[in-house]
Write a protein of this length. Structure first.
Length: 550
């Protein structure tokens, strides 16, 4: 059965033209000609959304989302709460229950809308995952050529050896021009993203046209499915050293996950979404989706060079004042301009990176790195974690939000995101933590907590740990040079802290040494410990079997 017949059987779509598996260059021109919608809060719903730069189709496409969708619409993201999955899903505010009857009615309305509207849809047949042992066939079907281009950039193509493709395929239907009606459709707003695990459908209905929705929705699907195969889906970057030594780096935004995984002496597996199977680690994706705001082109030369490459996609970077995008070289764009959103983005293929592992795969990791940016300035810059401590810090997923983001806020705020990606974790955190512990033991992997945050005092008093020292600590861990060094046990956080590290001054390894006011350090450390303990209790991690190590 061909794809058109399958779409009619699965969804009821009929009488439509499909533009199937078009190339990046074809989609570039289709997007400029056909993608229409709202790009300003007070604007019409038929404005041009995609533009060329001075480089034409030899450079990036520039795309503008609906102003209500400059990021993922997390409160509008759901799964249809069918009985067979209801007890398996980790329901929460950013992944809620959608009444199955309302969902089925909404899906019927969306399909009827498309059939009546007529015209064309873009279809891309791709995969989620580079490894055929778990790779899921992924069919994107949507109104916007830009979204089809994004998926063609970001997802693998032509994976050999995937079993039962038709029986395992997921279909994502993306219809930005449809407006949900909450009273009728059971939605929260005019948009709803609903995952249907029963029929392997993901529905994106309404103005939720941030490109990342097309990948994070499918990441959420893999996070649900892979544990049943004994595989661990991870929100992390991964790379491989010159001695075939793999490492994975977990971390929330701003902790250095992408920066630290980009190493001229190590080949990249991926920068965001990774699977750990019985054979090793592999990328879920075929591209990178990098933040552009305040990009340091010297520190991030791969991203900087890719900005002017064909087959790439810039999202929500404003045009220069008084200058048309068609007259602007992409390197001229003001990447500090956050007038549309701070979440400006750039999608580019892995082939834009000169140092990538063949097939975006690698062996079992020898080192697991958990990154945090502690703005309280009290966590050690590097700590060595046991299996139980690794589980604990993995489900806590701690980092800090900085002061100054709200009027009157003068102190950093603790931020906890389980498994370093809670919104996308569709199973309970303990499911992933137990798999991580099991695989860590089987692989004989070491685990470190690497703090890229503040030293000498909290944010506003101390200073950010230098990247030079952070890289030195990371390199020492990756090479095994911290495995047998003398360690002290931190009196508050109970973790083993190396007393020496190559190319790092001994005195900064104990954070208390860097504070002029030792009593203030002790008080702040006790305060952060209490935050860890409260989050542990609030999330019922103890009842889920996570050992309490702090």
């Amino acid at each position: 059965m061909d794809y058109a017949a399958q779409l009619e059987e699965l969804l009821g779509l009929r009488g439509l033209e499909y533009r199937y598996n078009q190339s990046k260059k074809e989609l570039f021109h289709e997007a400029i000609a056909n993608d229409k919608g709202r790009i300003r809060k007070d604007g019409p719903r038929d404005e041009q959304k995609a533009y060329a730069t001075q480089l034409g189709d030899e450079g990036p496409l520039v795309y503008y989302t609906d102003p209500e969708a400059t990021g993922r619409r997390v409160l509008d993201t759901f799964a249809a709460a069918y009985p067979e999955i209801e007890d398996k899903v980790w329901w929460k505010s950013d992944f809620g229950k959608y009444d199955p009857d309302h969902y089925e009615g909404l899906l019927e309305r969306v399909v009827a809308y498309l059939n009546e509207k007529g015209g064309h849809l873009y279809v891309q047949d791709l995969y989620c995952g580079q490894d055929p042992t778990y790779a899921v066939p992924y069919r994107f079907v949507g109104e916007y050529a830009t979204h089809a281009l994004f998926c063609r950039i970001m997802f693998p193509k032509g994976i050999e050896g995937v079993a039962d493709e038709d029986g395992r395929r997921w279909t994502l239907l993306n219809v930005p021009s449809f407006l949900c009606e909450p009273d009728r459709d059971g939605s929260r707003s005019d948009a709803a993203i609903v995952i249907d695990f029963r029929r392997r459908i993901a529905l994106v209905a309404g103005p939720a046209d941030y490109c990342g929705t097309n990948k994070k929705t499918m990441f959420t699907v893999l996070n649900f499915m892979l544990p049943d195969q004994g595989f661990l889906p991870m929100h992390c970057s991964a790379n491989v050293g010159e001695h075939n030594d793999a490492a994975i780096l977990f971390g929330l935004s701003g902790t250095g996950k992408t920066t630290l995984s980009a190493d001229p002496h190590r080949k990249l597996i991926g920068d965001d979404e990774t699977g750990w199977t019985d054979e090793g680690v592999s990328n879920f994706e075929d591209g990178c989706y990098a933040k552009l705001i305040d990009l340091n082109k010297e520190a991030e030369p791969v991203i900087a060079a890719a900005l002017e490459m064909p087959g790439t996609l810039i999202e929500n970077v404003p045009p220069l004042p008084g200058k048309k995008l068609a007259d602007t070289h992409p390197q001229e764009l003001d990447l500090t301009d956050k007038s549309i959103t701070e979440n400006t983005r750039f999608a580019y293929g892995l082939e834009c990176n000169p140092m990538v592992m063949e097939g975006a795969k690698g062996p079992h990791p020898q080192t697991i790195v958990m990154l945090t940016a502690d703005a309280f300035g009290v966590l050690p810059p590097v700590s060595l974690l046991t299996k139980d401590e690794a589980m604990y810090h993995f489900v806590q997923g701690f980092t800090s939000k900085l002061a100054g983001t709200e009027v009157g806020v003068t102190e950093p705020k603790a931020a906890f995101s389980a498994c370093f990606g809670a919104p996308f974790m569709s199973r309970f955190p303990s499911v992933y933590a137990e798999l991580l512990a099991k695989k860590m033991v089987e692989a004989g992997a070491r685990c470190i907590l690497l703090n890229t945050g503040w030293t000498g005092g909290p944010y506003g008093v101390g200073k950010r740990m230098s990247l030079k020292y952070t890289r030195a600590m990371l390199n020492a861990a990756l090479s095994g040079k911290l495995d047998d060094v003398p360690c002290d046990t931190h009196p508050v956080f109970k973790m083993r802290v190396p007393t020496t590290c190559p190319d790092v001054p001994d005195e900064i390894l104990n954070p208390r040494n860097t504070w002029s006011d030792k009593d203030a350090y002790d008080a702040k450390a006790a305060e952060l410990l209490a935050m860890f303990q409260k989050n542990y209790e609030d999330k019922n991690f103890g009842e889920l079997g996570i050992p309490k190590v702090m």
